[in-house]
Design a protein around this ligand. Structure first.
Ligand code: ASP
Ligand code: MG
Length: 428
């Protein structure tokens, strides 16, 4: 007998038909003699619908005629958390109709305690003293993902895509033997199959690689859930909810690098269209200038990602280019306008028609030539690189958005990701 956490995303519980199907998958695991906790997302589109309601009302003017008065994140949380409440109840009913014992658990009932950061709370603690014995007693726990309760007994949510994190955290708290994340794709791919037809499902991928891929735009898992799984060394399996787990549906195991079986230098190509580029023209070339720019961005709550500086030899001015989230571009430009004189630069250019394309692989730590392969592949297609950023296991480039597909395909084939990887040979 094992203890299993199964998580189903929005498309897997999109309507009653799908919920009935999910109930059949849960039944299989329960009938196999396992203790099962299920974590569910809201029905697909539901969270967006709720967010739109909040946004619309939030845009109303206050009594003084001014917009954007009091913060509303606390109420945002109690509204958007309702989507998961509905699906947890529905799935519990579907399970009972199959003759199984099941009940829904909301965040505050477990309780799953979080910090005070509304709309992007972090999990502080999951109490297992009630849900644990209930499972051991043969009840299936259907947990509303994405939500928790904070110190002030207000409902909190874990950020978009947060049900993944609920599932991983619950698996850790319940000391589960398995954590299966069911979704609308059958695993983690070498790149987006909509762009590269020959993209392949990976049998396994290391935590670090998945962490990079998730934060670089592969939207299958919430970044935080991967962080958590890595910290607790909890392998997670990503698989499709269209079929039951097994030989037909092996999915991708996200696990410690020692457990990965394949020998690859690069494991995946990711892209993100969420970036925008800002260039400051003729910034004084002296110590402390970049710090000033970063300070202005931090004060405006804008996260700076890639940075590159070009200095012209003839005079002592530099052009500084960096990227910010597309959604933050207006905010960033306004902050620069305000601090133009105190920072000291001559002009600003910005461009949101850009894409960040990245290659990721733990093999980069031990293999040379990755950068060369990457830049040659881009050069051969005449794709101009605007900004570069690297870490130990990734190289990212910023390019014109119109070349996104071309670049992704070129890199995917340059690193032979369309071909089966060699298996690791264990040392004698
Ligand atoms: N329903 C939430 C969202 O759409 C959480 C989740 O699905 O993971 O972001
Ligand atoms: Mg998701």
């Amino acid at each position: 007998m094992a203890r299993i956490v199964m998580k189903f995303g929005g498309t897997s519980v999109a309507n009653l038909e799908r919920i009935r199907h999910v109930a059949s998958l849960v039944e299989e695991e329960a009938k196999g003699g396992n203790e099962v906790a299920v974590v569910v997302s809201a029905m697909s589109g539901e969270t967006n619908r709720l967010v739109a309601l909040v946004d619309e009302l939030d845009a109303d003017a206050g009594p003084d005629g001014k917009k954007w008065g009091d913060a509303i994140e606390d109420e945002y949380d109690s509204i958007v958390a309702s989507g998961e409440q509905v699906t947890s109840g529905l799935l519990a009913i579907a399970l009972r109709r199959r003759g199984l014992r099941a009940r829904s658990w909301l965040g505050w009932q477990i309780p799953l305690r979080t910090d005070m950061a509304h709309s992007m709370a972090r999990i502080a603690e999951i109490e297992s003293s009630a849900i644990g014995p209930s499972l051991a007693d043969g009840n299936i726990a259907v947990v509303a993902g994405f939500q928790g309760v904070n110190e002030q007994r207000r409902i909190s949510t874990l950020g978009r895509g947060g049900s993944d994190t609920s599932a991983v955290a619950l698996a850790v708290a319940l000391k589960a033997d398995r954590c299966d994340i069911y979704t609308d794709v059958d695993g983690i791919y070498t790149t987006d199959p909509r762009i590269a037809k020959d993209a392949r499902r990976l049998n396994n991928i290391a935590f670090e690689e998945m962490l990079e891929l998730a934060s670089l735009g592969a939207k299958v898992l919430q970044t935080r859930s991967v962080e958590l799984a890595m910290n607790y060394n909890l392998p997670i399996r990503v698989l499709t909810s269209m079929a039951r787990a097994g030989e037909e549906n092996p999915g991708t195991l996200v696990c410690h690098e020692d457990e990965t079986m394949e020998e690859r230098v690069v494991s995946g190509v990711a892209y993100s269209r969420d970036e925008a580029q800002i260039t400051l023209l003729r910034l004084k070339d002296q110590p402390g200038m970049v710090a000033k720019v970063c300070k202005a961005m931090a004060e405006a709550n804008v996260i700076v990602d890639m940075i590159v500086q070009g200095i012209s030899k003839s005079d002592s001015a530099a052009n500084l280019t960096y990227t910010v989230g597309k959604r933050d571009l207006e905010k960033a430009l306004a902050a620069l306008e305000k601090s133009k004189d105190s920072i000291g630069f001559e002009g600003v250019k910005s461009d949101s028609d850009v894409t960040k394309v990245s290659v990721v692989g733990i093999g980069m730590r031990s293999h040379t030539g990755v950068a060369q392969t990457m830049f040659e592949a881009l050069a051969k297609r005449n794709i101009n690189v605007k900004v570069i950023a690297t870490s130990e296991i990734k190289i990212s480039v910023l390019i014109d958005a119109e070349y996104t597909e071309l670049a992704v395909r070129a890199l995917h084939s340059a690193f032979e990701l369309d071909q089966a990887a060699k298996l690791k040979v264990s040392a004698p």
